[in-house]
Design a protein around this ligand. Structure first.
Ligand SMILES: [Ca+2]
Ligand SMILES: [Ca+2]
Ligand SMILES: [Ca+2]
Length: 275
């Protein structure tokens, strides 16, 4: 049983919060020697869609060179930037997803050896959230298939086999449970069939204002757990039962979360307090 992620630098805790740090580490590792003596080279900018919100890394076209995929919140698409292997990128195509996309995860969800894309779409506070699944293939990504996210305003998700049947599942962090968003959000377990389809099987409380989510086996029992960062402060650890269900959150109190880096540090601190 093992979570899947394009980020292999951080084995026990990975996902949205740490992806930014991983991207920075990769960049520094690739170019560290040159940068150490000369400083950073001038930035090179690449066009993407409207209101880019998040970026993920993975070899998306199978040429063994890391590529980038950018979430464009306002144009409802993803932009692919294909890596040339020398730190430059070629403009890729855009891929339509659901309304108001918030987050993309890169993982081989149908175990065919090609990395796929899974997107959390906020859709809008007045509508139920969705997840877009884009399977990869020899000729590129297929058209997105859409599934309910389990509640309202999904902001992030993690991919992993949470019920131990060998097929990748999703856990989606939804910020709201109703259109007013007055109640605390939930995380939803979406069971995967191994072919790219997902179905909501249950939702679980995860703090007052869930903001980010990371998956990993935090207590070393071989079952995937969750760390949910709260916007108001603190981290909720939900230990997995290994069947797709989760125990009541263990809350690690902390101050307000001001950045992704702070989120990552808080998660590490919360894990260190587990018995
Ligand atoms: Ca695949
Ligand atoms: Ca599974
Ligand atoms: Ca565990």
């Amino acid at each position: 049983m093992k979570a899947e992620s394009s980020n292999s630098l951080i084995p026990r805790a990975y996902g949205g919060s740490l992806r930014l740090a991983a991207a920075l580490l990769i960049t520094l590792a690739l170019h560290g020697a040159a940068y150490a003596s000369r400083g950073f080279l001038p930035a090179v900018n690449y066009g993407v869609g409207k209101q880019p919100l998040q970026v993920a890394i993975g070899d998306l076209n199978g040429d063994r060179r890391p590529d980038l995929v950018v979430v464009d919140q306002q144009s409802n698409d993803l932009t692919l930037l294909l890596g040339n292997g020398d730190g430059t990128f070629s403009a890729g195509k855009s891929l339509l997803v659901g309304p108001v996309p918030q987050f993309v995860a890169v993982a081989d969800i149908n175990a065919d050896g090609m990395l796929d894309l899974v997107v959390a779409n906020a859709v809008g506070y007045e509508n139920y959230g969705t997840v877009s699944v884009l399977l990869n293939g020899p000729t590129g990504f297929h058209q997105a298939a859409t599934y309910p996210s389990g509640a309202y305003y999904p902001r992030a998700l993690v991919v992993g086999d949470f019920d131990g049947d060998g097929a990748s599942d999703l856990v989606v962090m939804n910020q709201c449970v109703d259109t007013d968003c007055h109640q605390p959000g939930v995380v939803a377990f979406l069971k995967g069939d191994g072919k790219g389809s997902f179905q909501v099987m249950g939702t679980y409380a995860a703090g007052q204002t869930p903001h980010d989510i990371v998956g990993g086996d935090y207590n070393g029992d071989g079952k995937l757990d969750l760390a949910v960062v709260d916007f108001g402060g603190g981290v909720s650890i939900l230990l997995g039962n290994g069947d797709g269900s989760f125990q009541s959150p263990v809350v690690f109190e902390a101050g307000p979360v001001s950045s992704k880096v702070v989120s990552a540090i808080l998660i590490m601190m919360a894990i260190s307090t587990l018995p």
